[in-house]
Ligand binder design. Sequence first.
Ligand code: C2E
Ligand code: MG
Ligand code: MG
Ligand code: MG
Length: 291
Amino acid sequence: RRSREQAGKPIILTGQEARDSSARLHLLGDVKNALEKNQFKLNYQPKIDLETGRIISVEALIRWVRPSGEIVPPGEFIPRVEKTALINQLSFWVVSRASEHLLFLEKEGIDLNMAVNISPNNLLEETFLQDVDYALKEVGLSPERFDLELTETDLMREKTRGRNIINRLLERGYQFSLDDFGSGHSSLSYLKNLNFNYLKIDRSFVSDMAAERRIYEIVNTAITLGHELGSSVVAEGVENREDLKLLKGMDCDCVQGYYISRPLSLKKLLDFCQEWQPEDITDLSPARYED
Ligand code: C2E
Ligand code: MG
Ligand code: MG
Ligand code: MG
C-alpha cells in the first residue's frame, strides 16, 4: 500500500519489486495456460459428524500438477491469482469439476455435500454466482449441496460488502462456512450480525489445545460461541485420537484432519467412503482436559 507521502508521486519499483511483479505476471500466464491444458486437480478431505460418525461432506482442495509431475500446493499460487480476475475462471473450474465428481459419487450410491473454498473477488464479481447457479442447474444439483468457505481474514478485508454478499449467497440457497476462525480479525460485534452455517476453528488452535490449557479453553469457548450464534462448529486439523476425544467432550459438531483422512483423489475418496465405519467415531469416549 502507498503511504500519504508517496501518493501522487510516480511509482518507481525497486529491483526486487520489479522482479516480484514480473514473477507475478509469469505465474498468471502459467495458471491460464494450466487451465487450458487441464493441469489442475482436486483432492477431497472428508468432514465427519462427531455424533453420528457419518461423512457429511468433503472439501475440495486444488493442486497444480506440472507436466514434470511436480505437485504445486494452493498456497503457492492462489494468493497471487486471487488478486486478479483470473480467480473467477479458476474458481468456476473448481465448482464445475467438483459438481461432476459429486454426480459421479452419487451414481456410486454415495450422497455427500461439497465444500469449496472461494475468494472475496469471486463474491465481488456480480456474474460469478450467476454462472455457478446456471452451471449447477444444468447438471441438476441444488445450491444446498454446496458449502462455500471463505476465510475470516479474507472476509475482514470486505467487512460490510462481505456481509451483504454472504446474505445474498445464503438467499440463493448455498451454505456458508467461516474458515480459519480465530486466525483473522473479526470482532464480536461483527460476528453478531454475520450469518453462517459452519464455524471452522483454525487448525493452529486445534493442534495446540491438548498441550495448553489456555488454548483448550479458547477452543471450548469458540464452540460455545458458534452454537450460541446458531451455527455448527467444525474443528480443522485433527491429527490424533486424543484431539478427537477432547472435541467430542466439548460438543464440537464436525471434524476434519489427517487423523480421519488426508485430502484424497476422487478414486481414493470413493474407496474411503465405501470402507468408512461410523462406529470408529461413535464408540469413542469423550474426554476433558486434564492438567
Ligand atoms: P483451508 O481451506 O483451511 O484447507 C485446509 C488445509 O489444511 C489444506 O491444505 C489441508 O490439506 C490442510 N490440512 C487438513 N487437515 C490437516 C491436518 O490434520 N494437519 C495439517 N497439517 N494440515 C491439514 P491445502 O490443500 O494446502 O490448502 C491450503 C489453503 O489453500 C486452503 O486452506 C484454502 O484456503 C486454499 N485453497 C485450497 N483449494 C482452494 C481453491 O480451490 N480455491 C481457493 N480460493 N482456495 C483454495
Ligand atoms: Mg477451507
Ligand atoms: Mg481452513
Ligand atoms: Mg486455510
